[in-house]
Structures are given as structure tokens and as C-alpha cells.
Design a binder for this molecule. Structure first.
Ligand code: NAI
Length: 444
């Protein structure tokens, strides 16, 4: 039985004869498809390092070990294969689930983490840089486990469940990111959604911290690792001032950049203006920026008309979920020359001699050029994920095929544990204050 290699994208379909297929990384004879099992030792260390900064998940793990709320269920997860995700997988397994994992993006897989998880007995189907065909083979592989719960980051698994894999009907699914929630709500609005889904992204302890502080810091981290440029004194254009864009703008500002925000929503644009940022249209900002971040969840927010006026050397980074925010097909078409100038950095030379630099093929910059969000925020996001799986299994009989939020007391619980882990105490209301706040009779 040979371990798989990158050049031989071997693949095992559950139920088929492994020896006929030739496969897979199998230290414990579990079905997997990863790049290199020998990378496991480094993965174990990174996984452990991340776990130390995940106190909410640690807390939850104790309860999951004792109560086994997921016992008897398969959970199929399609998430970025990172150290933090690995810790979530272990907590789900401690909660009694059989788990399997595939990647939610072809470029975000950390191969050492995939190897470590396989060594820990968790099936992983993910190779960094996998092609589209392999990506979808891997999604199908986790669905082949006939899961009770699927976990998505971008709604690719749920989309398969509504297209080519209608043979599988989980009791429910969870969704990690804004773009996935938008897709799911669109499916529900068209009456197409056939299972209940928990929008983990909509929990306050997810999007207010993960999207803002996680993306804010790690998107900058991705740019720094890919380019090693100095941010101070540069003009940074942030397109999309949602939770993620606010984080990126704040961090760029903190590093000394001049920040320009581009928005289509007047309230968010106004908010950016009152935070002290300049607000422009994309056409205006295109000519001024040194470094651009797209964080909209939208398509082609930077396109031909913008590339036409950009400065020589302008750097483009996308932190939105899909690689559609930059119109790279157009850039590839009009470029007279292309080269990889550094790892994760492609330079496009235009006919007039200007060069435009794109990081990581326009894929999520924080996950493809850096390591993704720090464990400190994924702690809360993934505690919410684990509790969403638990909630779905406990309540599925009463749920309709629509998009749900986790109850607010879950948010409060997650925030309280996190706060305590940081060494901070909460003020409590006095009886007089409770009475005052609950009554309408008090006036001047
Ligand atoms: P959001 O919905 O809070 O913000 C998006 C903003 O973009 C909105 O204010 C919207 O008005 C604006 N927008 C949309 N189209 C635009 C256009 N053409 N020009 C200018 N502004 C436009 O969404 P959030 O949570 O900030 O997420 C943004 C994207 O980032 C999504 O695709 C989400 O899935 C992804 N995401 C990425 C993460 C990462 O690790 N890189 C983490 C979390 C979310």
C-alpha cells in the first residue's frame, strides 16, 4: 500500500476496493487523499499550538467528551484545512461523531495539518493546489459517508446536495461564511432548500470577531508574507466595508496607510467616512491605490476599466470567499507578459509597460498566502460550529428547510467564556437596575 503523492492524485471511493484503485495516505487504513503523510509531525505541533489559544473549544470539549451529543452520527465537513479546523474535527469526534473533512478552497489546505489529522484517524480529502476535478471528487468523498450533518464554508456541499447528490439528505447543515449564507438564503427564497441550515456566520461571536479581527489581521499578514512591502505611507484601497472590510481598513490604518474605502451601501460608506477613511468610487480609487483588497463577496469588483488606470506596480489581494472579485480572466487576456515574481505573487505586464501584481491567483489572501485566521478567533467560530451541529441533531424534528441562527444565549455563553479566558470580568446588574430596565414606569 503506497502513500499518495502530489503527482498521483489517487482517490478512494468508500465501498470500493482500495487495492484496485491504488491510493491514499493510510497510516491507520482510513480512506483519505492527502499530499504527503510524512508531513504529519509538523502538523501535530501546529495543531497543538493552535489548541492552546482555543479556550472556548477546550471548554466545549469537556462537555462533548462527557455527553457525546453527536454519538452515532456522521459529520462531513468542507472547511479550510487549517490547524484550527483540525481541532474542531477532534472535538466533534470527542462528541461521538464519525467525522470526515475536505477543503473548502483548493489553495487553502495546509498539507501538514491534513497529514496530522489522518495520523489521528480522521479521514481527510484535501491537497493544497488541487484542480477543480479533484476538489469536487473530495467533496463527493465526504458526502459518500452519508452524513447526518454537513458543515460548509461557502455552501459548496449544500449545493452538491441540491444538484448531483440528491441521493443524500442530511438532517441539517451548518454554514461558516457570509457568501455561503447569501447562497443559502437565495436557495430558501426560491423554495429550493431541502434541509435546515444553521448560519454560524450570523452568530455575533462569529462575524463580529472572525470576520472583522480575523480577516483584518490575517489578510494583511497574507500581503506581508507574499510581498514584504511596507504598508506605512501607501495608499490602501479596501473595497467592501462589511465586517471583513472594516477589519482590513482598521489594520491598514494602524500600520500607517492612507486608506480609501469603496462601498455601494450608503450607510456603510458613511460609517467608513466617519471612521476617518476617504470614500471613493472604484473608478476614482483605482488610479490612487498602491494596494487593493477586495472583500465584498461580489463578482468583478475590480475589472478592465480599473486595471486600465492603475499605477505601475499596483498590488491586488482578494479576501472575499470566491476568486471572482478580480476579473483575472481579463487581466490574463490583456497582459503581454506574465511571470511569478515571488511565491504567491504573479506579475502581469500590460501593453503600456505598467505591471499589475496579483497575490495567490485572487484566492483568499489570508488562507493562501498566510495561515488564515488566528486560533484566538477561530476558537469562537468553531465553538459555534460544534454547537450548531449539536443543536441541529437535538432539534431537527422541529425544523423546517430554512436558514436558522443559533439561539442568542449560545452567543452570550461563548462570549462569557472567551472573556473569562482573557482575564476580564463582567459587571452584573443590581436588583434595582434590573427592575429599572424592565419597567416602563420610570421617567424623569
Ligand atoms: P458583508 O456583507 O458584511 O460586507 C460586504 C460589503 O461589500 C457590503 O457592505 C456590501 O455593500 C459591499 N459590496 C458588495 N458589492 C460591492 C461592490 N461591487 N463594490 C463595493 N462594495 C460592495 O460581508 P463580510 O462578512 O464582510 O464578507 C465579505 C466576503 O468575505 C464574503 O465573501 C465572505 O464570505 C468572505 N469572508 C472571508 C473571510 C476570510 O477568511 N478571508 C472570513 C469571513 C468572510
Amino acid at each position: 500500500m503506497k502513500p499518495s503523492t502530489r503527482s498521483r492524485a489517487s482517490f478512494l471511493v468508500p465501498g470500493e476496493n482500495a487495492s484496485e484503485l491504488g491510493f491514499c495516505a493510510l497510516t491507520r487504513r482510513i480512506m483519505s487523499d492527502i499530499t504527503d503523510p510524512a508531513m504529519a509531525p509538523g502538523g501535530h505541533l501546529r495543531l497543538e499550538w493552535a489548541y492552546r489559544r482555543m479556550p472556548v473549544l477546550q471548554h466545549l470539549r469537556e462537555r462533548f467528551v462527557a455527553d457525546k451529543p453527536l454519538a452515532g452520527h456522521n459529520v462531513a465537513a468542507c472547511l479550510h484545512v487549517t490547524a484550527e479546523t483540525a481541532n474542531l474535527m477532534e472535538v466533534l469526534r470527542d462528541g461521538g461523531a464519525e467525522v470526515s473533512l475536505c477543503a473548502s478552497n483548493p489553495l487553502s489546505t495546509q498539507d501538514d495539518i491534513a497529514a496530522a489529522l489522518v495520523e489521528r484517524g480522521i479521514p481527510v480529502f484535501a491537497r493544497r493546489g488541487e484542480d477543480t476535478e479533484t476538489y469536487y471528487q473530495h467533496l463527493n468523498a465526504v458526502l459518500d459517508t452519508n452524513p447526518s450533518v454537513t458543515m460548509d464554508d461557502g455552501a459548496d456541499l449544500v449545493t452538491l446536495l441540491h444538484t448531483t447528490r440528491q441521493d443524500i439528505t442530511p438532517l441539517g447543515s451548518t454554514e461558516e461564511t457570509t457568501t455561503g449564507v447569501i447562497r443559502l438564503k437565495a436557495m430558501a427564497a426560491e423554495g429550493e432548500l431541502r434541509i435546515p441550515v444553521v448560519a454560524v456566520n450570523d452568530s455575533a461571536t462569529k462575524h463580529l470577531f472572525d470576520n472583522k479581527h480575523g480577516t483584518g489581521q490575517s489578510a494583511i499578514d497574507g500581503v506581508l508574507r507574499a510581498t514584504n512591502i511596507l504598508i506605512a505611507g501607501r495608499t490602501v484601497v479596501v473595497i467592501g466595508y462589511g465586517d471583513c472590510g472594516q477589519g482590513v481598513a482598521q489594520r491598514a490604518d494602524g500600520l500607517g496607510a492612507r486608506v480609501i474605502v469603496v462601498e455601494v451601501d450608503p450607510v456603510r460608506a458613511l460609517s467608513a467616512a466617519m471612521e476617518g477613511f476617504e470614500v471613493r468610487t472604484a473608478d476614482q480609487a483605482a488610479a490612487e491605490g498602491d494596494l487593493f483588497f477586495t472583500v465584498t463577496g461580489d463578482i468583478h469588483v475590480l475589472r478592465g476599466q480599473h486595471f486600465d488606470v492603475m499605477k505601475d506596480g499596483a498590488i491586488l489581494a482578494n479576501a472575499g470567499h470566491f476568486d471572482v472579485e478580480l476579473d483575472l480572466a481579463h487581466l490574463r487576456e490583456v497582459a503581454v507578459a506574465r511571470r511569478e515574481i515571488r511565491s504567491e505573487l504573479e506579475e502581469f505586464e500590460l501593453a503600456d509597460g505598467r505591471r499589475i501584481i496579483v497575490i495567490s491567483e485572487g484566492r483568499l489572501v489570508n488562507l493562501s498566502a498566510a495561515e488564515g485566521h488566528p486560533a484566538d478567533v477561530m476558537d469562537m467560530s468553531f465553538a459555534n460550529q460544534a454547537m450548531a451541529a449539536e443543536w441541529l441533531l437535538a432539534n431537527h424534528q422541529d425544523l423546517e428547510p430554512r436558514v436558522y441562527r443559533l439561539p442568542e444565549d449560545v452567543d452570550a455563553g461563548v462570549a462569557a467564556i472567551k472573556l473569562a479566558s482573557m482575564g476580564f470580568d463582567l459587571e452584573t446588574l443590581t436588583a434595582e437596575q434590573v427592575d429599572y430596565l424592565e419597567s416602563w414606569r420610570h421617567g424623569t
